[in-house]
Structures are given as structure tokens and as C-alpha cells.
Ligand binder design. Structure first.
Ligand code: FAD
Length: 514
């Protein structure tokens, strides 16, 4: 029996450093030095440099790698993200009816002994016109008022409101690189020229110009969209899902705040546009704004015009960054002794910020499925690939739901998104079932899902989806108790508004005290 002694991570972006930190911390926790983790990054090839919004799983990951929250906030110029506000997704701007809804990160309130609130909201138990998110959780009211998710006294990565972060991707990679080296990761600055295979088709060695040859038992490809090892050397094919999610380009601007004390949004704002959507993210010193669009429905010149119009006069003189990408993944993320993490393995367009969360999952799966015996490598690979494919497909369904439920028919992009031929059958089946009953926990296989059932519910009902529960009304006899719960959530939100600090104030205090 021979065991893994050395892992080489190739690539020093968010994927590379987060994976290296996670593996160094978790694999060597019990027996220091038992598995060496090394990282190779090119001094000449840059990072993608976008990827500013995260998912709440990041808190667990940063805590697991032992990175102090204040050090992270300062180094990555991070702020708090408590959900996403969707603007103009249901109807085009100017059409009658409010068109904003929230996907907050906190789950609906459910106190022991009280009923699940969703059916009672569907049956009209909440105050007239109150959205699902506002009725069942206090987070929407708090973030509309610019509150932080926690107080100064709360422990690292903890707080009353569920949250993630916004940050500068390049700064984040730098903090992780420092921390990774403190955890014992050896760093090589070199560019892969080629990888050579042994007779079984596994990678035998990596050849670099600067440091010669490097060998390992497992190679983790984090070379970004290039996929230098998994695509280039191992020839693992890419499965495009552009037929479902049309976004394949982005144009981004870094926009300074008008005033140094301008409020920082504690959520991502996602505003639908003629051929995609614009993200608007508040960092400590600037906003990150980007238009994700479909090149089949508009072009780069028009896209830049749209984003500049969104930003207004502050866009004058700012340089726009244009990016190409494609939604899809490699069904074989792991082939022989090479496993891809991050953009090298796949990517789903950035709505709901799944990129870094998929990196976290990749690192977690490698750490926990790592074969004890090198002869078991193929078995681990099969398991890993099954989990990843399932996760990707569920994420793609969830993201597509945002587009296909829209009532917008003002541009070809929205008309094409409603075409059933572009909607996966799994999503069509779920939506058909949910016309007559609300989503249930059992519709979701927890280990395969990134999004909890409540995320599906927030988006589904935010998009004004109708579930006709009237024929089942008698199955829900606790209307009076539900009404008391709705009232209590409003009352608690009032207390929390007093208790929780302003977002910018908290971020500045935490950074000052670092
Ligand atoms: P990269 O950042 O590209 O890093 C690649 C690394 O590999 C670099 O260090 C480079 O030097 C190295 N490298 C490449 N080739 C070689 C070689 N031959 N030899 C040695 N080293 C090499 N994710 C989110 O979670 N939230 C978001 O809001 C979000 N927004 C996004 C918006 C857009 C438009 C896009 C395209 C992506 C977005 N993502 C987002 C995804 C996110 O950016 C990535 O998942 C994340 O940055 C990880 O990137 P990476 O490390 O895989 O690749």
C-alpha cells in the first residue's frame, strides 16, 4: 500500500490558495507534516481579478483554515453581504407594479412548536402585499436600513444574521497566500511549460522554465479558465451549458464612492438589463459593478454603453474590463492523478455567486475523499465527479429559475429564456409540482444542493410564482398561530434595528482595531 505524500496545487488565484490552505490545515491537523502541500503560480500570468461576492459557506471555510476575521477584512478590503436584491427581474423598468425583491441569507423564522410559515403566507396570512422574504425573516428590513449582520462583540464569523462577504479578489488571494505559507504551504514562482505523463496516463512530472521539474502524487489544477492540466494535458472535455444560461461575457468597472463616508450596501444589487444583468457590490473604498450579458443578444459596445449609463457621470474616465467565459463544467473534474478546482473545472455565470463556493466544495471534497491508498485514486475520482456534476446541475437549475420565471418579453434575451427548450426537464418538473404545493425539504437532496430550500422559496415567490394552495386550505389549521408569528417577526426586526450597527461603521471599527 502506498499513500499520498505530496500534493501540488498549480495556480495561485482564489482557487489555488484557498485549496492549498484548506488541504494544509485539514490534512495535517492530526499529524503535522504528514502530507506536503506545495503551490506553483506563474509570475507572468495574472488572476482573473473578479469574483467579489461570496456565499455564507465562506465563513465556515475561513474559520476552518484558521484565518482571523479582522485580518481577512483588512487584507481583502472586505464588507458584509447578507443577500441579494433583485431589481427589474419580473417586469421591465417603467411597467406597473413594484419590481424589487430580496433573497436574504437568513432562513425563515421557525420557532419550536410554531407552524412552517410558507403555506400560511401563500394562504394570505401575512399583512396585505407583504413579500414572502419580508414576512418570514427580519433580515430584509435590516439590510434595507443598512445594518451590519453582527455587533463588534460577536465572535469571528458569527453574528445574529446569516452573512457572507464582498471583497477585492486580488487582495483576497494575497491574504490567502500569506496565510497559506504560515500554514506550511511551499510556494514556487514558475510557469508550467508542459506536464509529462507516465505509461498509465497519469501526470509523472511538471516541467517549468524557472524551477525545473516538480513531482507530486496528486496535482490540483487551479490554472483558471486555461485549465492547463485538466484540459491541456489530461484532455478532460468541457460540457457547455450555454444552451440553458446564455450569459457568456462581462464588462466590469471599479467605481469610487462619491464621498469617503458613503453608505456601503450590505447586499449585492442585481439589476436586470436588456441582455443580462448588472451586479453592484459595495467594497470598503469602491463599488464593483459589472454587466453579465449574452453575446448572442448584444455586443461589447452596447454592453459598455449600458453599464456606463447605469453608473452615470461617475463612469467618465474609468477603464472597462471585458471578460469572456462560458457556463459549463468538466464531467470529469478528476482524471487519474489530476483534479481541477475553480475555473479550471467549470463555472456558472455569477448570479448568486457560486464560483468561490464551488472552490470551497472542491477543496472540502478533496480533503475528505482523498484515497488512503494510491491504488484507490480512480474510486475517489468517480465519487468526486458524481458529487460535482450533481452540484453543478442543481446550481444551473436554480440560476435558470431566475430567468425563466420572468414576465419580461421586452427583449429577445428574455423571450429566449422563457423558451421551454432552454429549461432543463428537472426544473420544469419541479416548477410544475410547485404550482399545486410549495417546495418541500424532500424535493432537495441536502448533500448535493448548494442552495437550501428557503433560497428556492425566496426566489420563486420573489419572482411572483403562484402556488394554488386554496384546495388544500383545510390541511393548514394553524392560521392564528401563523399570524402571531408574522407579527412577532416584525416586532423583533424593530428591536434588531436598534441593536445592530450601521454597516460601514462596523467594518471601519473592525479594521481600525486590527
Ligand atoms: P484565476 O483567478 O484565473 O487564477 C489562475 C491562476 O493560475 C493564476 O495564479 C495564474 O498565474 C495561474 N496559472 C495559469 N496558468 C498557469 C501556468 N501555465 N503555470 C503556472 N500558473 C498558471 N465567483 C464568486 O464566487 N463570486 C462572484 O461574484 C464571481 N463573479 C465572477 C464574475 C465573472 C465575470 C467571472 C468570469 C467569474 C466570477 N466568479 C465569481 C468566479 C471567480 O472569479 C473564480 O471562481 C475565482 O476567482 C477562482 O478563479 P481561479 O483561481 O480558478 O482562476
Amino acid at each position: 500500500m502506498s499513500r499520498i505524500q505530496k500534493i501540488l496545487v498549480v495556480g495561485g488565484g482564489t482557487a489555488g490558495w484557498l485549496t492549498a490552505c484548506y488541504l494544509a490545515r485539514t490534512l495535517n491537523g492530526a499529524a503535522p507534516g504528514s502530507i506536503r502541500v506545495e503551490l506553483l503560480e506563474s509570475p507572468n500570468i495574472g488572476l482573473l481579478g473578479v469574483g467579489e461576492a461570496t456565499f455564507p459557506s465562506i465563513r465556515g471555510t475561513l474559520a476552518a483554515i484558521g484565518l482571523d476575521e479582522r485580518r481577512f477584512l483588512v487584507g481583502a478590503t472586505a464588507t458584509y453581504k447578507q443577500g441579494i436584491q433583485y431589481v427589474n427581474w419580473v417586469r421591465p423598468p417603467g411597467a406597473a407594479g413594484a419590481d424589487r425583491f430580496f433573497h436574504p441569507f437568513s432562513q425563515p423564522s421557525q420557532r419550536p412548536g410554531s407552524p412552517e410559515l410558507l403555506p400560511y403566507w401563500l394562504l394570505g396570512g401575512a399583512p396585505e402585499g407583504m413579500s414572502f422574504a419580508e414576512a418570514v425573516s427580519m433580515q430584509q428590513r435590516l439590510i434595507e436600513q443598512g445594518r451590519a449582520p453582527k455587533r463588534l462583540v460577536d465572535a469571528d464569523y458569527q453574528g445574529p444574521m446569516n452573512h457572507a462577504y464582498h471583497f477585492d479578489a486580488a487582495c483576497f488571494a494575497r491574504v490567502l497566500a500569506e496565510h497559506g505559507q504560515e500554514l506550511g504551504v511551499t510556494r514556487h514562482l514558475a510557469t508550467v511549460e508542459r506536464a509529462e505523463l507516465d505509461e498509465s496516463g497519469a501526470i509523472a512530472r511538471i516541467v517549468t522554465r524557472e524551477t525545473g521539474e516538480l513531482r507530486a502524487d496528486l496535482y490540483v489544477d487551479c490554472t483558471g479558465l486555461r485549465g492547463a492540466l485538466i484540459g491541456g494535458t489530461m484532455q478532460s472535455p468541457f460540457h457547455s451549458r450555454r444552451d440553458v444560461l446564455f450569459g457568456d461575457r462581462a464588462v466590469a468597472l471599479q467605481v469610487p464612492y462619491a464621498r469617503p463616508d458613503a453608505p456601503i450596501l450590505p447586499f449585492t444589487r442585481a439589476t436586470a438589463q436588456e441582455a443580462g444583468w448588472i451586479w453592484d457590490i459595495g467594497l470598503q473604498k469602491r463599488r464593483g459593478i459589472g454587466y453579465v450579458y449574452s453575446s448572442r443578444h448584444t455586443d461589447a459596445t452596447r454592453a459598455e454603453e449600458v453599464i456606463r449609463r447605469y453608473v452615470g457621470e461617475q463612469a467618465a474616465g474609468l477603464e472597462a474590463l471585458h471578460i469572456k467565459f462560458e457556463t459549463g463544467y468538466r464531467p470529469e473534474h478528476w482524471r487519474r492523478n489530476c483534479v481541477a478546482v475553480g475555473l479550471a473545472g467549470g463555472f456558472v455565470e455569477p448570479l448568486e455567486s457560486t464560483g468561490i463556493a464551488l472552490v470551497e466544495l472542491g477543496a472540502y471534497l478533496i480533503a475528505h475523499l482523498l484515497p488512503g491508498d494510491l491504488d484507490d485514486m480512480e474510486r475517489s475520482a468517480r465519487h468526486y465527479n458524481q458529487m460535482m456534476v450533481a452540484r453543478y446541475e442543481r446550481i444551473i437549475d436554480f440560476i435558470k429559475m431566475h430567468y425563466c420565471l420572468s414576465q419580461r418579453r421586452d427583449h429577445a434575451f428574455w423571450i429566449d429564456n422563457a423558451d421551454p427548450a432552454s429549461i432543463p426537464q428537472t426544473l420544469q418538473d419541479r416548477l410544475a409540482l410547485w404550482r399545486h404545493r410549495p417546495p418541500h425539504r424532500l424535493d432537495f437532496v441536502t448533500d448535493l444542493e448548494m442552495f437550501l430550500p428557503c433560497s428556492w422559496q425566496y426566489v420563486l415567490y420573489g419572482m411572483e410564482f403562484r402556488t394554488d394552495l386554496e384546495p388544500m386550505r383545510s390541511a393548514y389549521p394553524q392560521m392564528a398561530a401563523a399570524r402571531r408569528e408574522f407579527a412577532m417577526i416584525r416586532e423583533m426586526a424593530g428591536h434588531a434595528l436598534v441593536d445592530l450597527p450601521d454597516h460601514r461603521t462596523l467594518v471601519e471599527q473592525l479594521c481600525r482595531e486590527h
